[in-house]
Design a protein around this ligand. Structure first.
Ligand SMILES: NC(=O)C1=CN([C@@H]2O[C@H](COP(=O)(O)OP(=O)(O)OC[C@H]3O[C@@H](n4cnc5c(N)ncnc54)[C@H](OP(=O)(O)O)[C@@H]3O)[C@@H](O)[C@H]2O)C=CC1
Ligand SMILES: O=C(O)C1=N[C@H](C(=O)O)C[C@H](O)C1
Length: 257
């Protein structure tokens, strides 16, 4: 798998290696300085490959049903994990923190979105949400996406809700009394989140904030999965120096917000 041996290189296994994201990550790792791809793991493969190939790091880009087990395996074997897969709700995050407490040298990054623009958009939205009466999130993705709402939308809404709560802002005004099921979207805490699935899209999100007489829209578009790769590589280069759990790539950035 590795084209050359470099004693100091990070030894990286990519899980979900044949998928849309995983295949991009395989190429990005192969082309990155200071990294060796030692395993490209698919759904039919054993996780023992990580041990047999001496992986020091893994990237998980699989499916919500598989990611928790994959990360648990990595932590138990002292392998640092950079995780882009969705499905990490608060229950899973708590269980992971408990697992990491017994493996204090291991770092795990759970990153709902690796694109720098998306990370910034979420941070801006969290900051701005406390200043507006109304706040809603619309996420728009390719139709092969298996989960809704997107992990990014859930995380953005959680951050917005926390900022509104801390500032004492109540729920967005809404007089709806009668609706078709789902017409107002899902709710994350008290923020409405709407999911669009459309052929031609990759990954997009718009946060709408409104007060009397004005609206602020914060939009991010990933037009190509290449947009996620600098974040994946930053995660791999940083995770070993950040033992324990980091939730969100912003944890590795100095956004100063
Ligand atoms: N954080 C971020 O920036 C981003 C995160 N994502 C998230 O990443 C995940 C993957 O997305 P995407 O690449 O589009 O999905 P794909 O369906 O294209 O890829 C998922 C891959 O995972 C494989 N897989 C399933 N189970 C396992 C397992 N147990 N071990 C190893 N491989 C497995 C699948 O194999 P098979 O086909 O054989 O089942 C498939 O190749 C999703 O949760 C998505 O939301 C996506 C984009 C950006
Ligand atoms: O499935 C995708 O494509 C994406 N998944 C992540 C999410 O659910 O937030 C990140 C990005 O939106 C692309």
């Amino acid at each position: 798998m590795a084209e050359h041996d470099d004693d100091d290189a990070l030894r990286v296994a990519v899980l979900g290696a044949s998928g849309r994201m995983g295949s991009e990550a395989v190429t990005a790792v192969q082309q990155a300085a200071g990294m060796q791809l030692v395993a490209a793991v698919g759904s039919g493969d054993s996780l023992q490959q990580l041990i047999e190939t001496g992986a020091t790091h893994m990237v998980d880009l699989t499916v919500p049903d598989a990611t928790e087990e994959n990360v648990r395996f990595a932590v138990e074997h002292g392998i640092h994990a950079v995780v882009g897969t969705t499905g990490w709700d608060s229950e899973r995050l708590t269980a992971l923190e408990q697992k990491l407490a017994a493996h204090s040298e291991v770092g795990v990054l759970i990153a709902p979105n690796f694109a720098l623009g998306a990370v910034l958009a979420s941070a801006f939205a969290a900051k701005a949400a406390q200043y507006f009466e109304s706040a809603e999130v619309i996420e728009l993705h390719h139709p092969k996406k298996v989960d809704a709402p997107s992990g990014t939308a859930v995380r953005t809404a959680e951050l917005m809700a926390a900022s509104r709560r801390a500032a004492g802002v109540g729920p967005s005004p809404d007089a709806t009394q009668k609706q078709l099921d789902g017409a107002r979207g899902a709710t994350v805490e008290d923020i409405h989140v709407h999911s669009v699935r459309l052929r031609g899209l990759v990954a997009h999100q718009e946060v709408l904030l409104g007060s009397t007489g004005e609206q602020l829209s914060i939009r991010h578009d990933s037009f190509d999965r290449a947009s996620f790769m600098p974040g994946v590589l930053l995660g791999l280069r940083t995770v070993a120096a950040r033992p324990g759990l980091t939730h969100g790539l912003d944890g590795y950035l100095d956004l100063g917000l």
